[in-house]
Design a protein around this ligand. Structure first.
Ligand code: NAD
Length: 262
């Protein structure tokens, strides 16, 4: 029996990167999972069925678009209908856009605030009644080192991530007496498609080569000079789901190779 046997988790943005690592870590500990995110139907089905066969749990896919509040509520309802409850909610879906503020496309600002911040509000709002009824819950938000410090050219992302840190604290206080915890995890740079995709725009915004962006911009921020791995982030989330973490709530946990210590 895994430590999360009998528990059910929803992980947004789990078709790729850190989200997929969370989903696989929870499933590895015995939880059923709702996965969510974009991608080709074949790739998503491959990941979904692999979770079931690797870990002998149930995995269902929600196609909810995190810019659409009604679809987010449906995703939580799908988890409750499929498994009986949503005990663990991880708000993880996120996108990035890199541009000087005076050229920052207005629709990109709106999209980043919707996906990286408002979606967490909508999902928590929908999931908390079920958690209160059960008298147990874990809410984990993927924030970022950018919830604590800024970098130029990432105005929307930094604003959304600072917002997530505030939402985390507020929710933690509201649900504190219901055995529900709410925390955020703040990774530094993790090598995922999200980081890889921003390299060309950062090259343009800062007039640098690809190697310079990796070594002088990305890894320059991290004193360890190493990327964080998705599996390390997922292991921290798994710890937060356990009984040993019952008194950890309202916190912002850094996993950033020392970035925000500077
Ligand atoms: P990723 O691009 O690999 O994964 C993002 C996921 O979000 C994908 O599954 C994608 O399909 C999904 N997604 C995007 N838009 C969506 C939408 N509208 N509706 C539903 N799903 C949507 O990126 P990642 O690096 O794994 O990022 C995951 C989270 O971690 C994000 O919140 C990101 O801000 C955060 N983060 C990443 C890093 C890093 O260095 N990679 C560092 C700190 C924080």
């Amino acid at each position: 029996m895994g430590s999360l046997s009998g528990k059910n988790a929803v992980v947004t943005g789990s078709t790729s990167g850190i989200g997929l690592a969370y989903a696989r870590a929870f499933a590895g500990a015995g939880a059923n999972v709702v996965i969510n995110g974009f991608g080709s139907p074949e790739d998503i089905e491959k990941e979904r069925s692999k979770i079931e066969s690797d870990f002998k749990v149930k995995a269902v896919y929600s196609p909810a678009d995190m810019t659409k509040p009604a679809e987010i509520a449906e995703m939580i309802a799908l988890g409750e209908k499929s498994f009986g409850s949503v005990d663990i909610l991880v708000n993880n879906a996120g996108i990035q856009f890199v541009s000087p503020i005076e050229e920052f496309p207005i629709e990109k600002w709106d999209q980043i605030i919707a996906i990286n911040l408002s979606s967490a509000f909508h999902a928590i709002r929908a999931a908390v009644p079920g958690m209160k009824k059960k008298g147990w819950g874990r809410i984990i938000n993927t924030a970022s080192a950018h919830s604590l410090v800024a970098s130029p050219f990432k105005s929307a992302y930094v604003s959304a991530k600072h917002g997530i840190a505030g939402l985390t604290k507020t929710v933690a206080l509201e649900v504190a007496t219901h055995k529900i915890t709410c925390n955020c995890i703040s990774p530094g740079y993790v090598w995922t498609p999200l980081v890889e995709k921003q390299i060309p725009d950062t090259m343009k915004a800062r007039n640098l080569t690809r190697e310079q962006v990796i070594n002088d911009v990305l890894l320059d921020a991290q004193p360890t000079k190493e990327f964080v791995t998705s599996e390390q982030v997922a292991a921290l989330a798994l710890f937060l789901c356990g009984d040993d973490a019952a008194q950890i709530t309202g916190t912002n946990l850094s996993i950033d190779g020392g970035w925000t210590a500077e």
